[in-house]
Design a protein around this ligand. Structure first.
Ligand SMILES: Cc1cc2nc3c(=O)[nH]c(=O)nc-3n(C[C@H](O)[C@H](O)[C@H](O)COP(=O)(O)OP(=O)(O)OC[C@H]3O[C@@H](n4cnc5c(N)ncnc54)[C@H](O)[C@@H]3O)c2cc1C
Length: 454
């Protein structure tokens, strides 16, 4: 029997986008969200939190016909603005002059997608329906509703889009040969805020992602359309300094004075906020399979929770939706085939972006403040401009190449790394980097190492 009805668990950005794509393919979709409707109840406590959307996310939204959902308030960021400890600033462009990542409102995208879903005749949204159990063989789901009562929902298929702590995924632990790994980073994070100037303008350049790299910890800031900046402090939970060790006002004040003097005057009540917020953990989850009994599948953070250092979690989840959409067409609604192709295509790519995201913490928090690293980026950018067919920097492959799978970007990036190690080891590279001979040497090494693969 052909599937006609689908239950989507979780109305986050990925679940909502998935519902729209399935409904456009002819399915009747019920979306079940545990929390109240965030468009009516302020579950974000008045905070506007922006995250980075890049080409993969845009391209997926475009493909699924909802690109306007993100366009309204997107702010392009063309470079990283590095705030050094001595108060100086340096800039590292993200790519070519016209290439940017986009600061977008997390809630804003979600709300726009929910509006589109709600207006679709084939989609029904159910808020305050918390999944408490799911039968992976039949796709029958049980929800607890606001009154405390339980209801059962039966559809032909079900998707767990219920985020990093997915209940659907936890049920899958009982599934035969289910592989699961979860690892916590040493770092946790809290969000801080920089209010706008009185005239509504931003206190820092809104077209840059601001980073205060301090090796084992860092502060970052992204602009919001109202002129405020959302800041995130990533730091170890234990050790020195850490969220655990900084427990009184004097210690926290001294910490900000020592490490973030240029941010201290801009942040809104950093000491009070630091002491009152519970640091949130960062963890990775990798599982396989992603589908069960040809009836139930995982998508978005539920299938692959990654750390946020590449700004790719939501982009990757949107790409899951776009891939699934293509596979429905390709396999003519044959779900056993679709599920198999979906998990086989997406799993290696999710693993690759998980690995890249872990590595990027070191790049952001430590290397981005290192002059030799900045030189390395400069050489790569110049070479890539001269020989675009031979070289695209790893960051650009991940962020500005919607058609290149993450796994391929990782593979090519590793080979480029080896080539650049040789270039950076050249005597007097700091002095000679702009000389033609360096470009020639890089071209020879790149052709030998990457020519066939690039
Ligand atoms: C600090 C930080 C910064 C980030 N920055 C970026 C960035 O710059 N760029 C980027 O692309 N990504 C970023 N991400 C990742 C991004 O936020 C996630 O990848 C994205 O939100 C995943 O979407 P999702 O819909 O899969 O899951 P979620 O957004 O987690 O949504 C899941 C939904 O399921 C609901 N739910 C959970 N359990 C149940 C249940 N039992 N029953 C019913 N409903 C349930 C939840 O209430 C929620 O609404 C960042 C993440 C963090 C933590």
């Amino acid at each position: 029997m052909t599937a006609k009805t689908v239950t989507v668990i979780g109305a986050g950005p990925v679940g909502t986008l998935l519902a729209i794509s399935l409904a456009n393919k002819g399915y009747r979709v019920g979306v079940y969200e545990g929390r109240p409707d965030s468009r009516k109840t302020d579950i974000y406590q008045g905070k506007s939190i922006n995250i980075a959307l890049s080409d993969r996310g845009w391209s997926s939204l475009e493909k699924l016909g909802v690109v306007d959902a993100a366009k309204t308030s997107a702010i392009p960021m063309y470079q990283r603005a590095i705030h050094n400890l001595d108060g100086s600033q340096s800039a590292i462009p993200y790519g070519r002059d016209d290439e940017a990542i986009w600061s977008v409102s997390r809630a804003g995208i979600n709300h726009s997608l929910l509006d589109i879903a709600e207006a679709h005749p084939a989609i029904t949204l159910h808020f305050q329906h918390r999944l408490i159990g799911i039968d992976l063989e039949t796709a029958e789901a049980r929800f607890q509703i606001d009154s405390g009562d339980e209801i059962q929902v039966q559809a032909d298929l079900a998707f767990g889009a219920d985020g990093a702590n997915s209940r659907v995924r936890r049920t899958a632990h009982e599934f035969p040969r289910f592989s699961y790994s979860q690892s916590y980073m040493e770092q946790c994070y809290i969000e801080l805020n920089i209010a706008p100037n009185e005239d509504g303008s931003c206190k820092l350049d809104p077209h840059a992602l601001h980073i205060w790299p301090r090796k084992d910890f860092m502060l970052i800031a992204l602009a919001n359309p109202d002129g405020s900046l959302t800041c995130t402090l990533f730091m170890n939970f234990r050790g020195e300094p850490s969220f655990e060790s900084l427990r009184d006002e004097n210690a926290v004040q001294a910490f900000f004075e020592e490490y973030f003097p240029s941010a201290l005057g801009l942040l809104e009540n950093p000491v009070e906020t630091f002491l009152s917020r519970e640091p949130a953990p960062l963890f990775l989850v990798q599982v396989f399979p992603w589908s069960f009994s040809d009836k139930v599948a995982l998508i978005g953070d539920a299938a692959h929770a990654i750390v946020p250092f590449y700004g790719q979690g939501m982009n990757c989840g949107f790409e899951d939706c776009a891939t699934l959409d293509s596979l429905i067409e390709e396999h003519n609604h044959d779900w056993p085939q679709i599920f198999k192709a979906y998990e086989n295509q997406r799993k290696p790519n999710a693993d690759a972006i998980a690995e890249l995201s872990k590595r990027n913490f070191v790049e952001m928090s430590d290397l981005s403040g290192d002059p030799m690293f900045q030189l390395r980026k400069k050489i790569e950018a110049k070479f890539s401009e001269r020989f675009p067919e031979l070289w695209k920097p790893l960051y650009s492959m991940v962020t500005f190449s919607a058609d290149l799978p993450y796994a391929e970007a990782l593979r090519l990036g590793d080979r480029q790394e080896q080539v650049m190690d040789q270039i950076m080891a050249l005597p007097h590279i700091e002095r000679d980097w702009n000389e033609e001979q360096v470009m020639n040497q890089l071209r020879d090494l790149a052709t030998a190492s990457l020519g066939a693969a690039a």
